[in-house]
Design a protein around this ligand. Structure first.
Ligand SMILES: Nc1ncnc2c1ncn2[C@@H]1O[C@H](COP(=O)(O)OP(=O)(O)OP(=O)(O)O)[C@@H](O)[C@H]1O
Ligand SMILES: [Zn+2]
Ligand SMILES: [Zn+2]
Length: 805
């Protein structure tokens, strides 16, 4: 239903003689209006809850489905698996206002028309259409010209004389924007600032949109005006398509390394659905493999979907695709304006073979002829939507989509998720049965056999013991002192989460839950005197010990130091170091990521300090140094995936160093130098780490050996949310017993952040046996669960949750 605010599905009756199919575009009555709608499901019998008298009739079929064949079953599958309303899935998949922005048009479909037998209205319609230059008019125009056009149209369509279709509205006013073009870089009496601006413009290929250009060189339109008066530049208006564009230089396929060559050969041999894990260390040239796998697919006339975790963080990647495939590349993500999303979406509906690069919701791109799906950095948690419903994982949906389209799915990563690793090694029940569909390809070396940067581990307990109270170890300080623009560095700080854990400053001991093997989180509020430590999986609680249970030291450290504080300390200790801050505070504006990365790439700073964002897609040869402030803050997240996460993040951030000709260096500070994960990172020991982690998962039936579902409850009433959580847990336990399922209910427990936006939050965790053949071991009785929630308690279901915070 193309009507703002319509949250549900509505049922309509078909008038006699009209047949439709799922996905068809209809016009239907809605309140006093007639609006556009999409046929979602067709029933032969009326659903029980509805009375015949209430049901209104479809006005007309506007156009046959715009969507690829399997499209609607994919959306239905997402809704079903993730226990989400279908309407919520549609909202994620389709751009807002899809139908409102389209125009219905009518055209003649036959030349020989016997007008004598037609009613006068129908005759009038034919006459108007015949007089139009293309025998084609908008429906709105026809309605204005002919009274009772509706009746006449129905008659003409039954005879097959006309057809109805939809077309995107041509934008009455195409978007025009100012462009700066370089005319001459020499003119008398230019200030050095003005000369600088001209040099930048030249570097950018001599032409740029005015607004990004002023941002890029920190200048004002006024300065450019002056330059125009001096005859150095011209400022003109040009039409700007609302497809996101950036200037690109073209490039050619590189000569592949033998490993790349081998991987590409396997991919190119695949026929139909296959899942491939492309495991290539950082800097091994995975992107080049994607590019060369895509080229022949496009040549065959098929489109390719490339998913990336966050588009803002990977402008370099998008540039490389554009450089190779030019304007056959579309970029689609939720940060586009509604207009841009709509334009891109319409572009994707066309039969042209194209490459769509997008974030997780782009998995729903309506490409009619899909030949390959690629997920870059497949381990990234950005692929999972936490809220609102549907809480889907793009990798899971990508698998369904590739299966339905019968095309290969390529998962690429330097640090594959346990799920993908186990699948590619045929370790899981559902992959044992069909090993030939799952492939493992490895790029174990960097291009040009460049070495992986050596990783040094610094024991921060010793630093303290030896009197260094600064955030930076002596080794890290020495590294920072060597930085300059030809040898830049990155300093990684874990994003300050809401959760804090407690660790002993003398021995590194961290308090864990005896039942769940996750660290306990620190809770302190004014009402309770003694701070509490709590497991937010199972609600085990204990008081904060006064002394370390391991070494009796009274010094504890509460983790979580933000970028701000680090930068202040850096400025104090290294006044000459030029520092850029790259975190969620400094990158909020659209395009800010690219701008900061461009400035860094141009050598405007020696060191870039940032959070998780630093781990992704930075491919700069002059970055030779990487520092990690506290490797532990990740390690002790209260989550059973903490080890996996830490391992992945640390290897990714380390992988930014030494990608050019000169070797790199990585320094990681920790209070747990002996922790197996830290040790494994230092040795780049992916396989052994993953194998031992998998053993632990198997023992506790955590994913990928079991399935988790978390039921999140929230309410303004603390009491009611707790009672409801309790009631739901009890109900689930009874059901599980009655059905004889091998499942477990954990909790209920309060969420780690108990109160958010005035709502108290509790959760119940459900542990089920692993998925077999794509089906969960148990389909949750959602309506029974909803029925147990009072009015002011909200229930959200998260299937395969990635965070349990
Ligand atoms: N065959 C090749 N010959 C020369 N250079 C190459 C080749 N393949 C890739 N490169 C270059 O090597 C660099 C690293 O490649 P790329 O960014 O694709 O690595 P990656 O595996 O995606 O790394 P990461 O996972 O760290 O992002 C790039 O600058 C790329 O242009
Ligand atoms: Zn201790
Ligand atoms: Zn616990």
């Amino acid at each position: 239903m193309d009507c703002p605010g319509a949250e549900k599905l509505f049922t309509y009756r078909l008038p006699p003689g009209l047949t439709i199919q799922t996905g068809d575009i209809l016009s239907v009555p809605f309140g006093p209006q007639t609006v556009g709608g999409i046929a979602i499901r067709c029933f032969a019998d009326l659903p029980e809850a509805l009375a015949t008298a209430q049901i209104r009739e479809v006005v007309d079929l506007v156009s046959p489905s715009l969507f690829p064949d399997n499209y609607w079953s994919l959306l239905e599958r997402v809704a079903q698996y993730y226990h989400a309303p279908l309407m919520a899935v549609i909202r994620v998949a389709l751009p807002p206002g899809l139908l409102m922005r389209s125009q219905r048009r009518i055209r003649l479909s036959q030349r020989s028309i016997e007008t004598q037998t037609l009613t006068p209205t129908a005759q009038k319609l034919i006459e108007v259409l015949q007089n139009s230059p293309n025998q084609d008019y908008t429906w709105t125009y026809l309605q204005r010209q002919v009274k009772g056009a509706n009746q006449g149209l129905r008659e003409l369509r039954q005879r097959g004389y006309v057809e109805s279709y939809v077309q995107p509205q041509s934008h009455a006013q195409p978007k025009r924007q100012q462009v700066v073009t370089l005319l001459s870089s020499a003119a008398p009496d230019l200030t050095s600032r003005q000369q600088e601006v001209l040099v930048v413009l030249q570097q950018q290929g001599g032409e740029m949109w005015l607004q990004p250009f002023t941002e890029l060189c920190h200048t004002t339109p006024k300065t450019l005006k002056t330059l125009e008066e001096k005859g150095c530049v011209a400022i003109t208006l040009q039409e700007r398509l609302r497809l996101e564009q950036s200037p690109f230089e073209s490039d050619q396929a590189q000569t592949l390394t033998p490993d790349q060559e081998q991987a590409l050969a396997v991919i190119q041999d695949l026929q139909g659905y296959h899942q491939v894990l492309l495991h290539g260390v950082t800097g091994s040239g995975k992107t080049e493999v994607y590019l060369q796998a895509i080229a022949p697919t496009l040549k065959r006339g098929q489109s390719v979907l490339v998913l990336v975790p966050e588009i803002g963080l990977t402008p370099q990647l998008t540039d490389r695709f554009r450089a190779r495939f030019g304007d056959r590349v579309c970029v689609y993500h939720s940060a586009l304006s509604d207009g841009e999303r709509y334009d891109t979406w319409r572009q994707m509906l066309t039969e042209t073979a194209q490459v769509v690069i997008g974030t997780r919701s782009a998995i729903f791109s309506p490409l009619p002829n899909l030949g390959m799906v690629i997920l870059d950095e497949e381990h990234d948690t950005g692929y999972k939507q936490d809220r609102p419903a549907p809480c889907y994982h793009a990798r899971t949906v990508a698998r369904w989509r590739a299966e339905a389209e019968d095309c290969p799915l390529i998962l690429g990563s330097a640090t594959p998720s346990l799920e993908s690793w186990a699948t590619s090694q045929h370790l899981l029940p559902h992959t044992k049965s069909e090993p030939s569909n799952h492939h493992y390809l490895s790029l174990p070396q960097r291009v040009h056999a460049r070495p992986m940067p050596p990783i040094s581990i610094v024991d921060m307990r010793q630093e303290l013991e030896q009197g260094n109270r600064s955030l930076f170890s002596r080794k890290l300080q020495a590294g920072l002192q060597q930085l300059h623009s030809g040898q830049q560095g990155l300093l990684f700080i874990h994003r300050r989460g809401h959760s804090t854990f407690v660790s002993c400053r003398s021995c590194g001991y961290v308090v864990e839950c005896p039942h769940c093997s996750v660290s306990l989180t620190y809770h302190h509020n004014a009402d309770i005197k003694q701070p509490l430590l709590r497991c937010h999986y199972c609600n085990f609680t204990q008081t904060q010990p006064a002394q370390c249970p391991d070494c009796s030291s009274p010094y504890f450290r509460f983790f979580g130091s933000g970028t701000q504080r680090v930068i202040e300390d850096l400025n104090r200790q290294f006044p000459d170091l030029r520092v850029l801050r790259f975190d969620s505070d400094t990158t909020r504006r659209k395009g800010a990521h690219r701008q900061l990365l461009d400035r860094f790439a141009a050598g405007e700073a020696d060191l870039m300090v940032g959070t998780q964002m630093l781990t992704k897609g930075i491919d700069l040869p002059q970055v030779r140094f990487v520092g990690v402030l506290a490797a532990d803050s990740l390690l002790n997240l209260p989550d059973f995936r903490a080890s996996e996460r830490t391992f992945q993040t640390l290897l990714q951030v380390a992988g930014r160093a030494g990608r050019g000709e000169h070797p790199g260096q990585v320094i990681m500070q920790t209070y747990n130098p002996d922790h197996p994960v830290i040790q494994a990172v230092q040795r780049y020991a992916y396989e052994t780490t993953v194998d031992s982690e998998l053993q632990q998962r198997a023992a506790l039936q955590y994913p990928p050996y079991g399935q988790l579902i978390v039921l999140r409850l929230s309410s303004p009433s603390e009491e009611r949310v707790e009672q409801t959580a309790q009631a739901i847990a009890t109900y689930l336990v009874k059901q599980i017993e009655a059905l004889g399922l091998e499942a477990a209910v954990l909790g209920p427990a309060p969420a780690n952040i108990l109160r958010v936006a005035r709502r108290y939050r509790w959760q119940v965790l459900l542990k089920l046996p692993a998925i077999v053949d794509g089906m969960p071991a148990w389909t949750l009785p959602t309506s029974e669960l909803q029925a147990r929630c009072p009015k002011d308690v909200r229930l959200a279901i998260d299937v395969d949750p990635l965070t349990l915070l």
